[in-house]
Design a protein around this ligand. Structure first.
Ligand SMILES: Nc1nc2c(ncn2[C@@H]2O[C@H](COP(=O)(O)OP(=O)(O)OP(=O)(O)O)[C@@H](O)[C@H]2O)c(=O)[nH]1
Ligand SMILES: [Mg+2]
Length: 361
């Protein structure tokens, strides 16, 4: 399963957010390095399309997509040089597919540490960039030399030198001005900042009416560099408290606070999307289900998510977009009125497609 990691300074609220996202019970405590070993859990990806289809089909079972969340220990200044428990946490970060920065903006005298999200961002970015710089410095000179003998390494050398330039200027690679191709070429080098990024700004309980203002400096910081990074403001503490309640009570609490559905659904969806993950659906009386696939996958690969036999013996897929099916009212009716498209093995499945696979093994 693809995983995203919660990254930030001590006491930013990572473990609290982790618990809220996974219904976990990680230790969240007001001292640095409360988390040492990473907590790994699973978050459900909320999907209103699935819920609507399940209702339409009167499904006995509804199965949501899931994504893995890793709660990593707090980084401190100097982590790249081994400060704190630095190197260990950097290794944990290397193992995730996307980064969710948790930036503290709440003031609380009982919780040590800065409450300026830009200060958090600055330290996290410097430490990750310095760790990458060390890796890239070694590789850039080695690979550049090797191009004299092996021309196939020219792209690598070019990407590594571009990375070297960005990192030397203190810019992480996700906003280092590299081309998509260069970022792709750098993937096998396992760099920390060559991963997609999302930021959560953790505001105080008494700041719900000024969330946008608290988030604005972080938005501006990223905007200045012209890159697209999704930034979500929330009070992690309140979201975590609400997450512990059951359906109706939770809704009441969130509504009472004027938070609508809360910020957790959007956070999971954004992280899922950031990981390049997309959803196709199946629906019937037995179950309605959301299946995860990589963006750009073709029908047989998607069929293989359901069962390897479906990929091996793939003949064709019957396909309809979820909201069209919902309008028609049932799979059989959609078939009768000729609204199911028949797609072959080259069909690139779209997010929100409802599929039925024909196969023969
Ligand atoms: N007042 C307030 N306290 C919060 C909020 N979010 C988290 N906290 C508190 O801050 C403390 C640290 O939270 P954690 O979730 O343990 O922080 P962490 O980022 O996991 O910290 P480390 O594991 O040490 O890196 C805990 O006592 C939380 O209850 C918030 O939104 N408001
Ligand atoms: Mg923690």
């Amino acid at each position: 399963m693809e995983r995203f990691g919660l990254v930030g300074l001590p006491n930013a609220g990572k473990s609290s957010l982790y618990n809220a996202l996974t219904s976990g019970s990680a230790l969240a405590a007001p001292y640095a390095f409360a988390t040492k070993d990473p907590n790994i859990g699973v978050a459900t990806v909320p999907d209103h399309r699935l819920v609507a289809l399940a209702e339409m089909s009167k499904s006995r079972k509804v199965v949501h997509a899931q994504v893995e969340v890793v709660d990593i220990g707090g980084l401190v200044e100097g982590a790249s040089k081994g400060e704190g428990l630095g190197n260990r946490f950097l290794a944990n970060i290397r193992e995730v597919d996307a980064l969710v920065f948790v930036l503290r903006a709440f003031a609380d005298g009982d919780v040590p540490g800065p409450d300026d999200p830009l200060e958090h961002l600055r330290v996290v970015e410097i430490e990750l960039a310095l760790a990458d710089l060390e890796t890239v410095e070694k590789q850039a000179s080695r690979v550049t030399k090797a191009t004299r003998m092996d021309k196939s390494l020219v792209d690598d050398a070019d990407a590594l030198n571009a990375a070297l330039k960005a990192l030397s200027d203190g810019r992480p690679l996700y906003r280092g001005g590299l081309s998509e191709h260069q970022r792709e070429v750098l993937k096998p080098y396992f760099l920390l900042t060559n991963k997609p990024v999302l930021a959560v700004v953790n505001v105080g309980e008494d700041e719900l009416d000024v969330v946008d203002a608290k988030v604005a400096p972080v938005v501006a910081e990223f905007a200045a560099l012209g890159d697209e990074v999704e930034i979500i403001g929330m009070c992690v503490q309140l979201e975590a408290e609400a997450a512990q309640l059951d359906g109706e009570d939770r809704r009441e609490m969130l509504e009472g606070l004027g938070l609508g559905d809360g910020a957790l659904p959007r956070t999971v969806q954004a992280a899922y999307h950031l990981l390049g993950l997309r959803t196709f659906l199946t629906t019937g009386e037995d179950e309605s289900r959301a299946w995860t696939f990589r963006e750009g996958s073709k029908a047989p690969v998607c069929a293989g998510r359901i069962h390897s036999d479906l990929q091996r013996g793939f003949i064709r897929a019957e396909v309809i977009y979820w909201d069209e099916l919902l309008k028609i009212g049932s799979w059989n009716k959609a078939k009768d009125v000729g609204k199911l498209r028949v797609e072959g093995k080259d069909y690139v499945v779209q997010d929100g497609d409802v599929l039925e696979i024909r196969f023969n093994v």
